[in-house]
Design a protein around this ligand. Structure first.
Ligand SMILES: [Zn+2]
Length: 259
């Protein structure tokens, strides 16, 4: 069995602020967050292998794709890192059996979602595919679905886990924190979440036959409500169709083109 683990930083154990995700001017909190990320990633790799996966590929998906502490990574997996990705899941193809999402966050506009956003935390208000409002879990699931692969596991905060179950049904989830507001949460120790992630991923791998790929048949109508007319003007110049002052739309023929 071959699995693909997609990662983000906002839903990692102990990550609560945008300073931790790379906006910190002196970078100290971000540097610490990289270690937290690497711990959650290693726990997922450990769980995948103990659950029966023979090959594990992990993508460093946050920002420019260079967040893992390389020398601390579990040697049993391989890792896709670096900027200039061709799409959000480089290297993913039909040869994989499952996709797992580690450190994900709730879609833009989710109350109590830690660092909630959809792609851009400053310019996107809402994102829809064929009228279905979704966030990054939905986007990743559609891309996995393009290759006929199910998403079987999600870790993040409680709101993220609820969003995943709402979209994908009874998949395995691990909530590493529970948000009260966008930046304040009840968190668990990374020592505890390491165990929970390992066990949750192993359970998901063992239950792989229970899960179905998330597929919406093309054509796919992508609609984005943007923060303001300035941003919408920019999208219009990039050949999106302008629907109203701050809404743009395009129709694509493949889930690989939804972003
Ligand atoms: Zn991110």
């Amino acid at each position: 069995m071959k699995v693909y683990i997609s990662t983000d930083l906002e839903g990692i154990s102990g990550v609560l602020t945008f300073q931790q995700t790379g906006r910190d001017e002196n970078g100290q909190e971000y540097e610490k967050a990289r270690h937290l990320l690497t711990r959650d990633v290693n726990a997922a790799v450990d769980g995948a292998i103990s659950g029966g996966a023979e090959e594990v590929v992990v993508i460093d998906g946050h920002g420019g794709g260079f967040n893992f502490i390389i020398e601390e990574l579990d040697p049993r997996a391989s890792y896709i890192m670096g900027p200039g990705r061709v799409n959000i899941c480089p290297g993913l193809d039909e040869s994989f059996d499952a996709v797992l999402l580690v450190g994900f966050h709730a879609m833009a506009g989710t109350k109590g979602g830690i660092l909630d956003h959809t792609q851009s935390s400053t310019t996107w208000l809402n994102y829809y595919v064929n009228g279905i409002k979704m966030g990054e879990i939905g986007q990743q699931s559609l891309i996995a679905g393009h290759f006929n692969i199910p998403v079987i596991f999600v870790s993040g905060d409680k709101a993220t886990c609820e969003e995943a179950k709402q979209l994908l049904g009874n998949i395995e989830t691990v909530a590493v924190k529970e948000g009260f507001t966008r930046n304040c949460a009840k968190i668990l120790s990374p020592k505890k979440t390491k165990e929970l992630i390992k066990e949750g991923v192993a359970r998901a791998i063992k239950r792989i036959k229970d899960f179905k790929p998330y597929i919406i048949k093309p054509p796919l109508e992508i609609k984005i409500e943007l923060q303001n007319t300035d941003v919408a003007d920019r999208y219009e110049r990039m050949e999106w169709k302008r629907i109203d002052g701050r809404t743009v739309l395009k129709v694509v023929d493949s889930a690989l083109k939804i972003l």
